[in-house]
Design a protein around this ligand. Structure first.
Ligand code: 4AD
Ligand code: MG
Length: 513
């Protein structure tokens, strides 16, 4: 195949530097419109999207033929002049002078029309190319990079914990068992215990690795395989831990706001809630949080139950007005006499409004259930998704809940000095219904208490002997936390279901692609 250039690739993201010059781009066809003597191609090259205009009179005959025969997702190489065009996504357009085909794609299964999630998940390997998924992956990458940056700037040592483990960390109900040369091994539920060992060697460490939980429930917040970041800090107590969580989340969100404006726009993300992360995160004890959830105590002048009742009223009103808006537009279209562009505009708008109604309707269905379970919440229990939602709706920043009942938390959590029924754990709950994104706390330092807890949790003592050594030899106060990468990305991108925030999700029933 004849190529136009071979030595150096130019990428769409760098077009700014080439305005008024000739460049060659390589990529895939994301969209095409053609008219007589002209073709508008949307080229995507991984770094961005760019409209390329191929005019019959400006290119050789073969190039124009090539442009005409390109199918969706065909690969091609195009040479042209870069012009500034603020109307275009990215701000530039390429006026083609040559076009060579690299490969012609078969009929592409993902069309522009709406597909169901299962259809798309079955084609995840292709779905990743579409605009929103592309933007999500870019943001996930920024999050990963800024996490490393945050810890590296603070002299934390990154450590890799094993994936095959001989003991449970987060309880025995979500373990994936596997055969390890005849022994039973578990896929890691958390690198924390190994992180604690390394913190006693390095002081400040963080892990960044895959984590496995055999969650049988199919919720929008659970994956069977996800990525967790777990810092562990020697000589840190719970307060210092909470300070670190807050500083960390602020840092990562700011990086995304700084670096990913275009991607957030593609995702139609209203960034108001992300901007508010700059404010102080409220810190509530579990006890106070429960009183707030049950409506027994107001916060910021708001009561959880009456706020929900008001929200419900508002949602019902919105359903009515939106439906009215839809039918008015439909009537106007049916009446005729509208220009084609206007019809399309209205049809598009109606589609969006219908989606809004759907969302409002599910809220109208959910809110009464939230109210019920909030009122009936029993002190001592763990928060369910709806309890987290009820609580976080009262705030516009993430909220920290600390000092949890010992009975519902892991064995390694430090007992509270004032009340042994509580432990020094902390959860960070994200706003907008995204729920727990961080779980952590101060670790138990007493070997005797740990032995007691391991027994109470019915865990095999011999598998924890090595861990107890950390208390035998130079036990010090220490603390840490675990951030669920996908939950954070889900919140940042406002993606309802966590499965879209990881390239190839693993949930019950999904092992391919
Ligand atoms: O709260 P978890 O279970 O805490 C731990 O594993 C501790 N060892 C962390 C530590 O202190 N070093 O999990 C931490 C976070 C959760 O807050 C959540 O964001 C995420 O991991 N997470 C999941 N994300 C996706 N799918 C799942 N099934 C998840 N389970 C937990
Ligand atoms: Mg947790």
């Amino acid at each position: 195949m004849e190529t136009i250039t071979t030595n150096k690739l130019t990428y769409i993201k760098d077009l700014e530097a080439f305005v008024g010059q000739k460049v060659t781009l390589k990529g895939w066809l994301a969209n095409k419109r053609s008219g007589k003597g002209i073709a508008f191609l949307i080229l995507r090259d991984g770094s961005g999207f760019c409209q390329c205009v191929v005019t019959e009179s400006d290119v050789d005959e073969e190039s124009f033929e090539n442009a005409k025969s390109l199918t969706l997702e065909s690969a091609f190489e195009i040479e042209g002049n870069v012009v500034r065009d603020e109307k275009q996504m990215g701000g530039f357009e390429l006026q083609a002078t040559k076009l060579r085909t690299i490969s012609i794609a078969e009929e592409y299964p993902i069309a522009k029309k709406e597909h169901g999630v299962d259809f798309l998940m079955d084609r995840r390997h292709l779905w990743l190319r579409s605009r929103k998924q592309w933007a999500l992956s870019k943001i996930r990458n920024t999050v990963i990079f800024s996490i490393h940056q945050f810890f590296q700037e603070r002299d934390f040592v990154q450590m890799d914990a094993p994936i095959f483990t001989g003991n449970a960390c987060e309880g025995t109900t979500t373990l994936f068992e596997t055969d390890f040369f005849g022994d039973t091994a578990y896929l890691s539920q958390s690198g924390q215990l190994y992180g604690e060992a390394m913190a006693m060697a390095q002081g400040l460490i963080y892990t960044f690795g895959p984590t496995f939980r055999a969650e049988k429930s199919k919720t929008r917040r659970h994956l069977a395989e996800f990525w967790m970041i777990e810092p562990e800090m020697a000589f840190y107590d719970l307060d210092m831990d909470m300070d670190m969580i807050e500083e960390f989340i602020k840092y990562v969100i700011k990086s995304v706001l700084d670096k990913n404006k275009d991607e957030l726009e593609i995702l139609e993300r209203d960034t108001t809630s992300l901007q508010k992360v700059a404010n102080t995160f409220p810190r509530l004890t579990y006890e106070k949080a429960v009183r707030i959830i049950k409506g027994e105590e107001d916060i910021n002048g708001k009561n959880s139950i009456t706020t929900l009742e008001e929200d419900l009223k508002e949602v019902l009103e919105k359903i009515e007005t939106t439906n009215k808006d839809i039918s008015e537009r439909e009537t106007r279209i049916e009446a005729g006499g509208m220009k084609k562009g206007e019809v399309n505009f209205n049809l598009n708008k109606i589609g969006k409004l219908k989606a809004e109604v759907k969302e409002f309707e599910s809220l109208a269905e959910n809110i009464p259930q939230w109210i019920e379970s909030a009122k009936n919440f029993e002190f001592g229990g763990d928060f369910g998704g709806s309890d987290e939602t009820v609580l976080t709706r009262l705030f516009d920043t993430p909220v920290m809940v600390y000092k949890w009942p010992a009975a519902i938390k892991a064995f390694y959590m430090k007992e509270d000095e004032e009340d042994p029924n509580f432990v020094k754990g902390v959860d960070l709950l994200a706003p907008e219904g995204f729920g727990e994104i961080v779980g952590g706390g101060e670790r138990e330092t007493s070997k005797e208490l740990l032995v007691k807890k391991i027994k109470e949790h019915d865990l095999p003592m011999e598998a924890f002997e090595w861990y107890l050594d950390l208390r035998r030899f130079g036990s010090v106060p220490h603390a840490g936390f675990g951030l669920g990468l996908e939950r954070l990305v889900g919140w940042i991108c406002n993606i309802h279901h966590i499965r879209e925030t990881i390239p190839f999700p693993r949930v019950m029933g999904r092992l391919l692609p």
